[in-house]
Write a protein that binds this ligand. Structure first.
Ligand code: FES
Length: 367
């Protein structure tokens, strides 16, 4: 016969699982995921409703997020979570559709290019099918449209067009009257992402001037130069939006400054960490992880996220480029250098972003 203690332990255990957990969803989700993946609570599930080929290496995934998803503003990013071989991976992508589509049809789109060696992008291209469910985070990012209609210039390169597609479509749907010019740089005509959408926008929205420059076609390569900017009427009065590879962004910033456009009139969004030049002297050091008890020596300009992963830890993260703040973590001592700005932190306790922080000397993290 079971003792009194033996009789109550299972009840206590069940009670703890059901009521005392910090996150009950963590307990129920594996079961719900099997019954219906759209019922999970730990993240917002989004069902793939269609997949559209854009170019040889870029596809648009049309998603139907659960109704509790909070929506987004044109130009924002989301973290996407997928399970690959039993391990959950998160990556950040920008939404390429307009918020109007989310409100009217309940769908959003992500336009994703395969990255050479990219685990998640290649998996999405090779394995995702209509009907599958992936996880969607809440939208974030300050690459946003102005509150009132004002002249704008977009300079985009390659897959940097994705948040721009979202913004242009939103402007067209909100009767944005001020002139808008898009300079879109691609390698060849076959690499134009969103070609159909762009041409449709040009047809229905007279305020838009669209110029697509195929840099690898023609007799000589044609990259962004001052001639392109001189063709933009009243360029000095335009709000400028940049999105693309680092080289294009740097050149665009330099040329715009020559036209007297600076600071808050230039909005940029990045697809990789824009690295400040870090003086290599003194970078690296002993990194201690106080909660797990792990410790590792680092060398050179590796960021703390990579150092922690190399030490066998799995810190929470999303974009790996300093925009989503999911990797924010408490540093309890030591100095780190920001890969974005090249600036040093203070030596004491503060919150840092692991993906863009490089240790300079010994550092202790609450991990
Ligand atoms: S992972 Fe997104 S800010 Fe670090």
């Amino acid at each position: 016969m079971l003792s009194r203690i033996e009789q109550i332990i299972p009840l206590q255990w069940l009670g703890r699982q059901l009521f005392n957990r910090e996150d009950p969803a963590a307990f129920f989700d594996p079961l719900l995921e099997k019954l219906n993946p759209m019922w999970v609570r730990q993240y917002v599930p989004a069902q793939v409703s269609a997949i559209i080929d854009e170019t040889a290496d870029t596809r648009t995934f049309v998603l139907r997020p659960a109704a509790r998803w909070a929506g987004f503003e044109a130009g924002q990013h989301v973290n996407v979570g997928v399970g690959i071989d039993g391990v959950r991976h998160n990556r950040t992508f920008s939404l390429s559709s307009s918020p109007f589509q989310w409100h009217s049809e309940g769908t959003v789109t992500l336009t994703i290019k395969r990255l050479p060696g990219g685990l998640v992008t290649n998996w999405m291209h090779d394995h995702l099918e209509a009907g599958d469910v992936i996880g969607l985070g809440e939208a974030f990012g300050d690459f946003r449209l102005p509150e009132t209609s004002e002249p704008a210039l977009y300079i985009a390169g390659g897959s940097g067009i994705t948040p721009v597609l979202s913004q242009l479509e939103t402007m067209a749907d909100s009767d944005y009257r001020a002139p808008v010019t898009l300079l879109y740089f691609v390698r060849t005509q076959a690499d134009i992402i969103g070609a159909e959408k762009l041409h449709a926008l040009r047809q229905r929205w007279p305020a838009l001037t669209l110029k697509i420059i195929a840099t690898a076609e023609g007799e000589a390569p044609e990259h962004l130069n001052d001639g392109h900017l001189r063709q933009v009427p009243d360029i000095k009065g335009r709000r400028c939006y940049l999105c693309g590879p680092e080289g294009l962004m740097d050149e665009a910033n330099r040329l715009l400054q020559e036209h007297g456009i600076y600071g808050e009139n230039i909005h940029s969004t990045f697809f990789s960490v824009p690295t400040a030049t870090l003086l290599s002297d003194g970078l690296g050091g002993e990194v201690s992880f106080s909660r797990s008890g792990a410790g590792v020596n680092s060398d050179g300009d590796a960021p703390l996220l990579e150092i922690a992963e190399a030490a066998g830890l799995s810190p929470r993260h999303g974009c790996r480029m300093g925009i989503c703040h999911q990797c924010s973590c408490r540093k309890t001592s030591g100095t780190v250098i920001s890969r974005l700005t090249g600036k040093a932190s203070g030596p004491g306790e503060e919150t840092i972003q692991l993906c863009i922080s490089v240790p300079r000397g010994p550092v202790t993290l609450d991990l």
